[in-house]
Write a protein of this length. Structure first.
Lengths: 110, 477
């Protein structure tokens, strides 16, 4: 169950294919760099998946609740107590840049 | 044209757990940067989230308090977007199946009650914080907050004015604090609000296009931001334009809302169920155990205060605004053995004023319920007058001991001995023959002068009622 407007729209409208532009949009949202050839390749593969989904759509699923997880199990819950100790020094040793306890990243500001 | 405003609010309440929602890192506010960010919070490879039971319990507690349907099977989903304070590249949230379903909250505006629907409330994790001060052109990231449990509470678009929005927000704020699931601190960001605002011609059924306002971190700003936004949207439409659906940031310094264009494209979050987390299933026992922990809720308490203590609607409202205040008031009445109205006036009056003045919480106030009750007892048995009581109160606040100690030490016991008061009056009348003559000539205003003199002579300790009576008698001549 992928809830991506571009993708689900394609499924709902029973479109047999997904366009190269749609692939590029999804790739951009996922920060994946694709060249033209790769984009075309993914458009073809994803369209085939849509085809499979269309076959599955033909099955009557009335009364079947959507699956949220492939394993038939529940979430295990833990008690609310801090169990982690401060390991900042260790973690920051592998960080590219830190200062005053902060991780430094290329400037982001609205 | 007459316009109608439609408002829906999304509130993020940080849950008061001691550890994070999916990791064992502590959630204490104000710690050194990144000292409470563990491998799970940092999204290091190979880690897995393990859900905090208390966070689930708090969400259910909230759901029960608003009479909502509790979804005993709910699902966590990944909300995908990229920002440096979100190390995983997705936020664990709930999408299609939130833990709390449809509920409601009753607000009161200008004496009228109105029911506001709450669409849903879902559990999710908070992100870290980005600091944009000068780090050589870089941004600093503190991930202590990353993974702190949040309950996102989404209202129906049921509010029709900024006043209603503020009333709803205050009611919600009061409720989460009563439930002890959120400390409600807006400055520290534990209770945050986004507002969806649109306008439409009065009478039109369809909603107008809405804008989402972010960064509103006080009750006052909610009202101001919405007011600004309403005027902006009406101006746009009346100027022949169209309102664009977008996210806008409220700038409290300039009192305007600004478009956040960068947010536009990112609105495609590509939610999908988190494969790391199977469904959250809560059995009946869990729900019933949680129900048993529900305190008396604000509305019920308010009603009881009016009945049990014969307080006005207004007074009961003020006293039940927080659980601490309500408990304090009840404790004072209990210790004083009655005198609810007097106790109410002291708690709402001087006591609250001194709390505000010194910026202290009830729990840390220098006067506890028993001490205030002691003062009220001395007022009621006529040991001291109301005026003297203020002096005693201030002395108690300054740490001079309980009411009896202060009264004894400062010699504030009221003079109720008629003979003693008469002696004082006789002396004053003898010293001021002119004023006595004026009074007897019909200038009754001079009466206040005599009262003042008598109070001065007794350091305010003469019983006011007795003094008035005796003075009138003596002045008749």
């Amino acid at each position: 169950m992928i809830i991506c407007p571009t993708f689900t729209e394609a499924v709902r409208s029973n479109a047999m294919s997904i366009s190269v532009d749609e692939v590029k949009k999804i790739a951009h949202l996922a920060r994946l760099g694709l060249d033209e050839q790769e984009a075309q390749g993914y458009a073809d593969s994803l369209s085939q998946i849509l085809g499979l989904i269309e076959q599955m759509n033909a099955v009557d699923t009335t009364g079947v609740s959507p699956m949220a997880h492939p394993l038939d199990m529940h979430l295990r819950l833990r008690e609310d107590a801090p169990t982690e100790s401060d390991q900042r020094e260790k973690f920051q040793k592998v960080a590219p840049s830190t200062e005053a306890g902060l991780y430094l990243v290329p400037r982001v500001i609205e | 044209m007459e316009w109608e405003t439609v408002i829906g609010l999304e509130v993020h309440a940080q849950l008061q757990t001691t550890s994070k929602i999916f990791s064992g890192a502590a959630t204490r506010y104000g710690s050194e940067p990144n000292t409470q960010a563990c491998a799970v919070d940092l999204a290091l490879p190979g880690v897995l989230p393990v859900m905090n039971r208390e966070a689930a319990r708090m969400a259910v507690k909230f759901g029960l308090a608003i009479g909502a349907r509790i979804n005993q099977r709910s699902v966590f989903a990944r909300k995908n977007y990229f920002y440096p304070d979100l190390p995983k590249g997705y936020q664990i949230s709930q999408f299609e199946l939130p833990v709390v379903g449809l509920g409601q909250l009753t607000i009161e505006v200008n004496g009228e009650e109105k029911v506001i629907g709450i669409t849903r409330a879902h559990l999710e994790e908070d992100a870290g914080k980005s600091l944009h001060e000068d780090f050589h052109g870089m941004s600093g990231i503190d991930l202590n907050r990353a993974g702190t449990p949040l309950l996102e509470i989404v209202s129906e678009p049921d509010m029709r004015s900024p006043e209603e929005a503020v009333a709803y927000l205050k009611k919600l704020h009061e409720l989460v604090r009563y439930l002890e699931i959120c400390d409600g601190n807006m400055q520290e960001g534990s209770f945050r609000c986004d507002a969806n605002v649109s306008v439409r011609p009065k009478g039109q059924k369809e909603f107008g296009t809405r804008a989402e306002l972010k960064n509103i971190n006080s009750f006052r700003f909610v009202e101001k931001a919405i007011n600004y936004e309403i005027e902006r949207q009406i101006d746009v439409i009346e100027g022949g334009g169209k309102v664009v659906q977008e996210t806008r940031l409220y700038d409290s310094a300039k009192d305007v809302t600004r478009s956040m264009r960068s947010k536009e494209e990112a609105n495609d979050y590509r939610y999908f169920p988190d494969p790391d987390l199977p469904p959250l299933v809560l059995d009946d026992a869990f729900v019933e155990e949680t129900r048993a922990t529900l305190p008396e809720l604000p509305d019920a308490k308010r009603e009881r205060f009016q009945k049990e203590y014969e307080l006005s609607h207004y007074d009961a409202g003020v006293l039940t605004a927080t659980r601490e205040m309500a408990d304090f008031f009840e404790s004072v009445v209990k210790h004083a053995g009655g005198g609810a109205k007097v106790a109410a006036n002291w708690v709402m009056g001087d006591f609250s004023a001194f709390l505000n003045k010194d910026g202290v919480e009830i729990a840390n106030a220098p006067i506890n319920a028993e001490m205030l009750a002691g003062l009220i007892k001395r007022l009621q048995d006529n040991t001291i007058s109301g005026k003297i009581a203020k002096e005693v109160f201030e002395a108690m606040w300054a740490g001079e001991g309980d009411a009896d100690t202060v009264i004894e030490k400062r010699g504030l016991k009221q003079i109720t001995d008629s003979g003693a008061i008469e002696t004082v009056i006789d002396q004053i009348l003898a010293d001021n023959p002119d004023q006595v003559q004026q009074y007897r000539d019909g200038k009754e205003k001079v009466f206040g002068f005599f009262v003042g003199q008598a109070m001065k002579a007794t350091q305010g300790k003469a019983n006011p009622a007795q003094l008035n009576e005796l003075l009138k008698e003596k002045l008749k001549g």
